[in-house]
Each structure stands twice: as C-alpha cells, then as structure tokens.
Write a protein that binds this ligand. Structure first.
Ligand SMILES: Nc1nc2c(ncn2[C@@H]2O[C@H](COP(=O)(O)OP(=O)(O)OP(=O)(O)O)[C@@H](O)[C@H]2O)c(=O)[nH]1
Ligand SMILES: [Mg+2]
Length: 385
C-alpha cells in the first residue's frame, strides 16, 4: 500500500479487503479505485486494483451463467419485443395497459395498486409487443428483481403524469436507472466479449474505428487485466477506455426508452412539456397521451418501433405474387445476409441474388447482393444456386 494515499482512500481500501461477498467487493474496489489520484506514481496500484476487479467479475459471471442455465426467465417474452412500463404510482400504467392490450389489471386511485409484473400483448399493425406493467417505483428505488427484468427487456416505457410532477419524476427514474447501470442513450459502439476456452491470447475483431488506440493496445490491455481466453468484438467507434469499461463491466447497459406523458386531458395544450423535454435531455422521445380519452395512443406503436430500432421484413417465394404472412423482425441496419441467416443456416451458402420491393429498393424488384441494407416494410425474394 503506497504511503501517499489520502485517509479517505485508505479507509476505502480497508473496507474493500474486509468484504467477502464478490459483488459487494467489486463495488468497494471500484470506490477505492476512484479515490486513488490518477498520477504516474499510482499507476501500478490502479492496475492491480483493476486486475482484481476483472478476476472477481469473471468469477461472478461464471456463477451467474450456471445459475441462469438452471433457472427460467422471470417472465417469458412474447411477440416482437418485451417492453416494461415503469413509473411512479398512480401515473396511469394500469389504465394504459388495459387500453392497449388484452390485460385487465386493477385500476384505482389509491397508491401501489399493481403489486407484481403484469403482462399484456399489444397489437400494432401486423406485429405484437409484450407490454409489462412493473410495480410502481417507490422511495426505495428499483428493486433487484426489477433491475434483473430491465436488463433482460428489449425496451422501457417511462411513464409520468403531466398534471403532477412529470419532469421531477422523469429525472428521478433516469437517476435510478443510471444507478443501476442503465442508460437511455445509445452507445457509439457495441462491444461484445465472449469466452473461448483454450485460445489463450485474446482475439480482437473490429468493424468500425478504434479511437486513439490500435488492436495491439487492446490485446495488451486484456492481458494486463489478467484476462485469458477472450474474444472481443467491436462494432462502431470505441476508445481504449470504452473497451476497458466493457471488460470491467463498468459500461452502462443501453436500453431504448420512450417517455409517455400521460393524463394530457388534465392539462391545457403543451403545458408541462417543455420542462419534461429538458429533463429528458433531448435524448429520449416523448409522446403526450391520455390513457383515459385515448389521445395520442396511436403514436405509441410507431414510437416503439423507432425507439427499439427494429424493422419488419417480409419474404416472398420466387414466382409467388404476395409475401408470406408474418414479417421477420430484424435490427435496423440489418442486411439481406442477416435475413438469409435468420431464415435458414445454409441459405447464405447457396445465395445467388435477392430481389427487393419496398422502401430500400431503387425500383420494384431491384436485384441486390447480400450486403444490401434493408428497411421497414421491405419484401425480399432470395434466389439460390
Ligand atoms: N384523467 C385521467 N386519469 C387517469 C389517466 N390515466 C389514469 N388515470 C387515473 O389515475 C388513477 C391511477 O391509475 P392506474 O392506471 O391505476 O395507475 P398506476 O400507474 O397503474 O398505479 P399503481 O399500479 O397503483 O402504481 C386512476 O384513478 C385512473 O383512472 C388519464 O390519462 N387521465
Ligand atoms: Mg397499476
């Protein structure tokens, strides 16, 4: 232990070494890390602490993986996406759920009516979303069970009451999410880390740009953290710091969010919206609705589709006139190759060309290669050899 640490940092260290529980220990070590001044003399110590955090994480994840494989998810997903409705009590979550889905939750003016996650299926055009009303957020913040569900969900509806403390409540929710390591702001890169037993040296794949570092820097950092047998896949723009955060699991998890400003029938015109937009920081779309009168509810389907970043693509057999029923649900930005992979694992190998009708085609029936980027509403016919 170097002598130049502040009393505060020393106290944090004492605390961290006394803790047995790995999850708590990681937290304490992270606190200690942020209390060590960032100058040259401390670099070794900072590295050691980071290494310790990385090994604890790896242990925890191994345990979590074993637990997951033996337990079912809390709530089975249904439809194109699972979206949780989160909000303080009485904002109208249950009335919204019953207006949009087949669910019939209890609706009441007394607080904390809904006590357990309540699912319902919402139809939008030809797809279905699963909406889940979560028990109201209370003073105690997000429960561990709720955080677990948020991590597994595809997106969140953050609901507030326009006639009562909407901006404050949104700030509160965003703070709680932030505390749980969840952000509504899309990251500039996706970083996937996978274990590959026995490969030893790390493998790093980049489709995008490394900002201010090289692949060798990334490999050195992985080894420096004492991590082995890892494959790191980076899409988009990432700095060494972004990658370190991903390796130490201190990176925030991105969840697409949509704010519903409910009870619009109780306020005049645009009242309260400017303050709400300020609280959303311009980063989250807001829809003004009334679960009671139905105003604005029609914007929720398209809003979810956009926020979740998903597109619907229809497939057509060669020589058929009409596409066949249910769309494939793909991530926005997906290519014909991604669609082919989804249809059948061997389709891409036998791929000859595809024809596209719809928003992404220059003309109806345009002939395209596997890297053609698809759009919502496209119809695709894949020709094989
Ligand atoms: N005027 C008006 N009242 C609404 C609206 N939405 C809900 N309410 C009323 O607000 C009260 C609470 O509605 P709920 O849907 O039970 O609220 P909740 O968010 O599910 O509340 P908890 O489950 O108790 O946390 C009820 O009296 C509803 O009738 C709305 O858009 N306009
Ligand atoms: Mg309710």
């Amino acid at each position: 232990m170097p002598a130049n640490l502040t009393a505060e940092a020393k106290a944090k260290w004492e605390k961290a070494i006394a803790i047995k529980d790995p999850e708590e220990k990681i937290k304490a070590l992270q606190e200690f890390l942020s209390a060590i001044p960032k100058h040259k003399g401390n670099e070794r110590l900072r590295d050691q602490v980071k290494r310790k955090i990385a090994t604890l994480r790896a242990e925890l994840e191994e345990r979590e993986r074993k637990r997951r494989s033996s337990s079912k998810p809390l709530l089975e997903k249904e439809g194109a996406a699972q979206v949780l409705i989160i909000g303080p009590t009485n904002v109208g979550k249950s009335l919204l759920l019953s207006a949009l889905t087949n669910a019939r939750p209890e609706i009441a003016s007394h607080p904390f009516t809904t006590r357990s996650p309540t699912p319902g299926v919402m139809r939008f055009e030809d797809i279905r979303f699963q909406l889940v009303e979560m028990p109201a957020l209370s003073e105690g913040g997000l429960e561990p069970g709720a955080i677990d569900m948020i991590r597994r969900a595809d997106g969140l509806i953050l609901m507030v009451d326009l006639s009562r403390g909407a901006a404050e409540d949104l700030r509160w929710m965003l703070e709680e999410l932030e505390r749980a390591g969840i952000t509504p702001i899309p990251p500039r890169s996706e970083i996937e880390i996978e274990r590959a037993k026995g490969i030893g040296e790390p493998r790093v794949f980049v489709s995008g740009r490394l900002l201010g570092c090289t692949i060798d820097d990334v490999k050195r950092m992985v080894l420096g953290l004492g991590l082995r047998d890892l494959v790191v896949r980076i899409r988009g723009d990432a700095s060494l710091g972004d990658i370190e955060d991903a390796l130490l699991r201190t990176r925030k998890t991105y969840k697409p969010c949509l704010v519903l400003a409910n009870k619009s029938d109780l306020v005049r015109g645009q009242e309260g919206l400017a303050r709400l937009e300020e609280a959303a920081g311009g980063a989250i779309p807001i829809i003004r609705v009334s679960a009671l009168t139905g105003e604005g509810l029609g914007f929720i389907g398209p809003g979810l589709l956009r926020a979740l970043g998903i597109i619907r693509v229809y497939t057509k057999e060669p020589n058929e006139r009409e596409p066949s029923g249910e769309p494939f649900i793909l991530k926005a930005g997906s290519r014909v190759a991604d669609l082919a992979r989804r249809i059948h694992s061997s389709l891409l190998e036998n791929y000859k060309y595809a024809r596209v009708w719809g928003p992404s085609s220059k003309y109806p029936g345009e002939r395209v290669g596997p890297s053609h980027v698809l759009m919502d509403g496209d119809v695709v016919e894949i020709r094989t050899k």
